[in-house]
Design a protein around this ligand. Structure first.
Ligand code: MG
Length: 384
């Protein structure tokens, strides 16, 4: 993701309700300052430019968490002034197109939640995560309920709140007086704000017990990350008459074709079997029996899409995959990048998670005699 998206992390508050003798954003959570978790979350989401807004007293603490991608800016007397200071700092030097503004005390923000806000910004000048209010709402006074408040259409606001940079900069410059958050400032400037999906885990550390809750969520996340799977796949198809071979979704010119029940895409079959293998869900033959005529001549992306759908349903995503084609001819090198892109499109992941390479077998064996092509694939699946 480019420098065109910047994130502002607000950490200038003095919030002492959380206890611990330090402003809450600087207390340790799982061995690191709270704000370091927030910075790491945006880094993991691909954000390459961040502004950390700090209190002047915290300059030394900030040094320890800042990296080349983080600029430190001193905040103002309230939240609005702190955001304004960060916006002006960004405006002064190669302003970004979009900005995400985040409470540093929400350290458990996820990559998916950030991606949801960015997706919202594709069709709206402003987008922010919210959670529908589920509980009944009361208005109380002196320990007694004085009224019930209709909850329909009410949301609990979260961050990061995302905006077109220039639009929110102008809105902040024009806004007089305080505001609960940047959505309020955007709305008061007449901006429509899209509501994206929030998360219960994206809570704001406020009270001492919130730290225990955050530690529990983090240790569960770590356990989930350790739960990764590996699978391998192997496939062979023989040469027959034809004018090219389907390999990893690309038609490769050749003086022969590959024979098989489907389109005989040996690379895609090995990869598909590696995914089924990682899930311990058998192989292509189990899900698409060759005895069934409907799969005759089928394009093999049907199989790969099915394996990826199973992967998603089981709660995994692609970590990486590596496909090796074994043949003397055709030469694979000129097609490898196209194959990588084709597989990435089918699997819905970044191309840098997919490797396609080839080797000969030194003219030995059936591949060496050019009787057919073999393919091997390895895949790792991570918890989604
Ligand atoms: Mg096959």
């Amino acid at each position: 993701m480019s420098q065109q998206i910047a994130a502002i992390i607000l950490a200038a508050g003095r919030g002492a309700r959380a206890g611990g003798g330090l402003p809450k954003q600087w207390r340790l959570l799982a061995g690191r300052p709270v704000v370091a978790h927030s910075l790491a979350a945006f880094r993991a989401a691909g954000i390459k430019r961040m502004v950390l807004v700090i209190h002047p007293d915290d300059r030394d603490r900030a040094q320890a968490v800042c990296d080349v991608d983080v600029a430190c800016v001193e905040g103002g007397s309230d939240r609005g002034a702190s955001v304004r200071a960060a916006l002006e700092a960004l405006a002064a030097n190669a302003p970004p197109q979009k900005v995400l503004i985040h409470d540093g005390a929400r350290p458990l923000v996820s990559r998916d939640l950030i991606a949801g806000v960015l997706a919202g910004l594709e069709t709206s000048h402003a987008a922010a995560p919210g959670l529908a209010v589920i509980d009944a709402l009361w208005q109380g006074a002196q320990g007694r309920v004085v009224a019930s408040v209709p909850r329909a259409g009410l949301f609990r606001a979260q961050t990061p709140q995302g905006f077109d940079f220039e639009t929110i900069l102008q809105a902040h410059r024009a806004h007089a007086g305080g505001a609960a958050d940047d959505v309020e400032i955007a709305a008061s400037a007449g901006l429509g704000v899209a509501i994206t999906r929030g998360s219960e885990d994206n809570f704001k550390l406020t009270y001492p017990a919130d730290f225990d809750r955050a530690e529990k969520v983090l240790s569960q996340k770590q356990a989930d990350q350790m739960d990764f799977r590996i699978g391998n796949g192997f496939d062979v198809h023989r040469f027959g008459p034809g004018e090219g071979c389907w390999l990893c979704g690309v038609l490769v010119a050749h003086d022969r074709g590959l024979q098989g029940h489907s389109d005989a895409d040996v690379g895609m079959h090995a990869l598909t079997d590696a995914i089924y293998g990682a899930l311990a869900e058998g192989d292509i033959g189990r899900h698409f029996p060759p005895s069934e005529a409907q799969w005759k001549g089928a394009a093999s992306d049907i199989f790969l899409r099915h394996a990826c759908a199973r992967m998603t349903a089981r709660g995994y995503r692609i970590g990486n995959c590596d496909v090796t084609l074994v043949c003397e001819r055709p030469k694979i090198g000129p097609y490898a990048v196209a194959m990588q892109h084709c597989l990435a499109g089918i699997m819905g992941c970044d191309t840098d998670r997919i490797s396609v390479k080839a080797t000969t077998s030194e003219r030995l064996g059936f591949t060496g005699r050019e009787e057919g092509i073999a393919a091997l694939a390895t895949v790792s699946l991570l918890r989604a």
